[in-house]
Design a binder for this molecule. Structure first.
Ligand code: FES
Ligand code: FES
Length: 171
């Protein structure tokens, strides 16, 4: 099967029952994407497919043939950290770091959802064409990504730092 992973076009052979997470980690050795629960409960395995966040442990790789997959290794460019990676450092948005790749990929996908006007459980005005990324809205949207170290306050601060216009609206 053919995939585009982090900008590289790849031909791969694997058992049709293999999850996307296992293809990334075991076949491609892209071990930045983490296996936490392996059952869709923690978000550690979050990657982007055509810019949308998905849980790679819950999906068969075969479902994504021909799609463009981005992992944490693909977010940095030309040796420079992605802005989210930089602000996670500056705001202590991690401790052990195990959840961090999933948190960052999830945040990158989340902002696309905000821009497309996709509502969450706590969005107040469903008729509004724009959604304000308040702290509550951000916490709800990132609630699928658990941090066992309890770094959630730093994670929220780091994400708000990047999406400054949303931060202004939130305060
Ligand atoms: Fe996929 Fe936990 S490893 S959600
Ligand atoms: Fe340790 Fe989040 S930094 S699980």
């Amino acid at each position: 099967m053919r995939f585009d992973v982090n900008g590289r076009s790849l031909e791969l052979e694997f058992d049709a029952r293999t999850s996307l997470l296992d293809v990334l980690r075991e076949h491609l050795k892209l071990t930045g994407t983490k296996k936490g629960c392996n059952q869709g409960a923690c978000g550690a395995c979050t990657v982007l497919v055509d810019g949308e966040r998905i849980l790679s442990c819950l999906t068969l790789a075969a479902q994504y043939e021909g799609r463009s997959i981005t992992t944490i290794e693909g977010l940095a460019s030309d040796g420079a950290l992605h802005p989210l990676q930089q602000t996670f450092i500056e705001h202590d948005g991690f401790q052990c770091g195990y959840c961090t790749p999933g948190q960052i990929c999830s945040a990158a996908g989340m902002i696309g959802e905000i821009e497309r006007g996709v509502p969450s459980h706590v969005t107040g005005d469903l008729a509004s064409p724009t959604i304000t990324l308040s702290r509550e809205e951000l916490r709800e949207r990132m609630s699928g990504n658990l941090c066992r170290c309890g770094a959630h306050n730093g994670i929220v601060d780091a994400i708000l730092e990047i999406y400054g216009t949303y931060k202004e609206a939130a305060e």
